[in-house]
Design a protein. Structure first.
Lengths: 226, 226
DNA sequence: CTCATGTCGATACACTGTATTTCTGCAATA
DNA sequence: TATTGCAGAAATACAGTGTATCGACATGAG
């Protein structure tokens, strides 16, 4: 009888807590999108009955809130940014990167107020970088405006990305990618400006698109802040 | 025996079509939000078995797409706008108004590419108003940037609005409205800039907030277009 | 009149979030 | 030590979901 014969102790399951639950849900969402996250599947992944979760979470929405806040830990920048513009830009870019790592984030962003500790920390860091540059109301407006753009742009980008993935992989020509329907629509002649735009426009990659729009907005903010 | 005694003919149910289905779904959503829309309830409202719907719609997502496009009919401005700035502003404001009439729109906006005829018409009108002001790529960037801001701002506004409605009606003080949790968080001293902002900031109403941010962005766009 | 076709309804399935009830193992008391 | 009480976990239950499948039926053709 060697050690190898001795059966493992029954590996008492690690005690359950919010962190483990959120981690499991996050993994599920990363693998299969938001609607791969069901309380039953989360529980199964933790070798636990579904009802156990309700000791730590009171509703599925709450779980989503926790997931969103968890990701905000990745968004919080590592080091203090140089100036206000850098701070706003970094926040936007890190949010976008997080959403590309966790596409489901795009579905949740802006859907409910994000008041978790990590989200608050991100806001705090941003506000701190703008502190004193103008009256508080202006500063708030700046932060919120950039935030709104960020959310909207990310949502659109992810939506576009998914559509591309669904319709033949990465035919990156807009018209053909969205199938014959759009082509037919444009061919009707009812949308001349749109048709011209689709035909003559160069398709720039998503990142520069995001960055360009962001820079415009930062320019606008700069004009108001000083 | 008068006409009043004569029983109504059995009012053969109006023939089913996409329009009627979408209208029913829209009504349901207006009354009870997006998750009051189930295929069974939509069907019930039309006095029809649930499976009938699949003759006109192939999935629930498709129904949502149709709903979104339907609302875009309300967004399409009645008359041709004066100049490009007016065009962009009007599109943003009409979108916001539509989202306030149909709050569920906030949940769907930007979630998937909107390619329905009405949505295309809105885009067409916008592009037409900007035609020739700059090269097409710049024009596109302008439209998309404003669009991204609009989506993000609307989402945040509706999220805020719902939260306010959930936590004691319309205590319009941010801190108290979000319950003791946020107060406690701010009291920890870990978020001094945020605390100051909450404390010293005047709370402006949502509409001017939206308008201000929009104007900033339009200024930025103006600088790039000319 | 019979038969085929195609539409409509009912039924069925796998799954969801969550409430409620049942069980189980440990603590403290008698 | 034996018994009881109780907390925490598990199982079951319920009302609903989106959608596939199958059986009936009505209508048109031969």
């Amino acid at each position: 009888m060697t050690v190898w014969d001795r059966p493992e102790p029954p590996t008492r399951p690690a005690p359950l807590d919010r962190e483990r639950i959120v981690a499991a849900a996050l993994a599920l969402a990363d693998e299969g999108g938001l609607d791969a996250v069901s309380l039953r599947k989360v529980a199964a992944r933790l070798d636990v009955g579904p009802m156990r979760l309700y000791g730590y979470i009171s509703t599925k929405e709450e779980l989503f809130d926790l997931m969103v806040d968890e990701v905000h830990a990745e968004i919080l920048p590592a080091e203090r940014p140089g100036d206000w513009r850098e701070a706003l830009r970094v926040r936007a870019h890190r949010t976008r990167q997080a959403a590309l790592r966790h596409e489901w984030l795009a579905d949740l962003l802006g859907g409910r107020p994000t008041l978790g500790p990590n989200a608050l920390a991100v806001t705090e860091a941003t506000l701190a970088a703008l502190d004193g540059l103008a009256d508080i109301d202006t500063v708030m407006r700046a932060v919120e405006t950039v935030g709104a753009y960020t959310i909207g742009a990310i949502r659109s980008e992810v939506a576009h990305l998914r559509a591309e993935r669904a319709t033949g992989l990465s035919e990156h020509d807009w018209q053909r990618a969205h199938g014959p329907y759009v082509s037919r629509m444009l061919a009707t002649g009812r949308f001349p400006a749109l048709a011209k735009a689709v035909h003559d426009g160069t398709d720039v990659d998503a990142e520069t698109s995001f960055t360009t729009g962001l820079d415009w907005i930062l320019d606008a903010v700069a004009a108001k802040l000083m």
